[in-house]
Ligand binder design. Structure first.
Ligand SMILES: *Cc1c(COP(=O)(O)O)cnc(C)c1O
Length: 313
């Protein structure tokens, strides 16, 4: 069964590598056909569901998860329904409909849309596609590490830390699974969130899974009020440095990345890039850090310009 995702480029970041005197690796997941790494995990989950008889996919997300599910459903030739709350913009809805999925608008908050999605899944052969909390999603996301390991080896190199952003922790769980299945259990993870969306950070501080009272970051893609238990449990068996950056730092990184690499990414991705652009102390021990450029479709020139103005950058 060929995968729905593509192999993305692994390249060094010339300016940051020179500035930091390190080899800064970038795994360019923004180049996935659905605009983010999400296609790896969600694509695999959808593929396995269809292989075991599903004829309809239902996903409660107007973000990159919903877009990846819509893309996967179209590629697999099954009906796909994306349930979003009333707060979802017309542009987002149009974008999902344009690639062939049905969009149902339900409820004023995500929880209501999610309840409706779960209800729809009582129909025969209908499978629920969660945004981050599923073993198949972690398994699929882990392929980005399989690839990076092989690509680094081809270039006679390696990486000694991985930097990724954290929303609900599906990306992080996949990265860690990938490190372990490639014998890299000693390579630390730098897990990055923005202020106002730092659900992993508060869980680590509280030493238990806790929910954020509200999401206040502009990096709405990272806005899971509680991380998956899997992600939190990983912090007990792998070295994870939990880092929180400001929205301003995340947006500044998006702007610099646009100039340096001629590439637009969401603030959710800018958060991970900010660790290198700000040369945060956590990076100091590492010579060859790998940044997961997670991407995201929620960005364009207009949005970037308005964040630039909002944060006086
Ligand atoms: C989903 C997503 C994240 C966060 O991933 P989680 O699995 O929710 O932790 C980060 N960046 C982008 C662009 C995403 O789409």
């Amino acid at each position: 069964m060929p995968s729905l995702h593509v192999q993305t480029a692994l390249q060094t970041h010339p300016q940051l590598s020179a500035k930091l005197h390190k080899q800064v690796w970038l795994k360019m997941e923004n180049m996935q056909p659905a605009g983010s790494f999400k296609l790896r995990g969600i694509g695999l989950l959808c593929q396995r569901a269809v292989a075991s008889g599903a004829t309809q996919l239902v996903c409660p997300s107007g973000g990159n998860a919903g877009f990846a599910a819509a893309y996967a459903g179209a590629a697999l030739g099954v009906k796909t329904t994306i349930v979003v709350p009333e707060t979802t913009s017309a542009a987002v809805i149009a974008r999902i409909r344009d690639i062939g999925a049905e969009v149902i608008v339900h409820g004023n908050v995500w929880e209501r849309a999610n309840q409706h999605a779960l209800q729809l899944c009582q129909q025969a052969n209908t499978i629920y596609i969660p945004p981050f909390d599923h073993a198949d999603i972690w398994d699929g996301n882990a392929t980005l590490i399989d690839e990076a390991v092989a690509q680094c080896a081809e270039q006679g190199s390696s990486f000694d830390a991985v930097i990724c952003s954290v929303g609900g922790g599906g990306l992080m769980s996949g990265v860690l699974q990938g490190l372990h299945r490639n014998g890299l259990q000693d390579v630390p993870l730098i897990a990055v969130e923005t202020e106002g969306a730092a659900s992993l950070h508060v869980a680590i501080q509280a030493d238990e899974l806790v929910s954020l009272p509200a999401i206040t970051s502009i990096a709405t893609t990272l806005g899971a009020s509680k991380v998956a238990a899997e992600a939190f449990n990983w912090t007990r068996r792998h070295t994870v440095h939990s880092i929180v950056v400001s929205d301003t730092q995340a947006v500044a990184a998006c702007l610099s990345f646009a100039d340096d690499m001629r590439t637009l990414v969401e603030p959710a991705c800018g958060a991970a890039l900010a660790v290198a652009y700000q040369n945060l102390p956590v990076l100091q021990p590492f010579k060859r850090p790998l940044i997961v450029v997670c991407g995201g479709i929620g960005v364009n020139l207009v949005a970037l310009a308005s964040w630039k103005e909002q944060f006086s950058l």
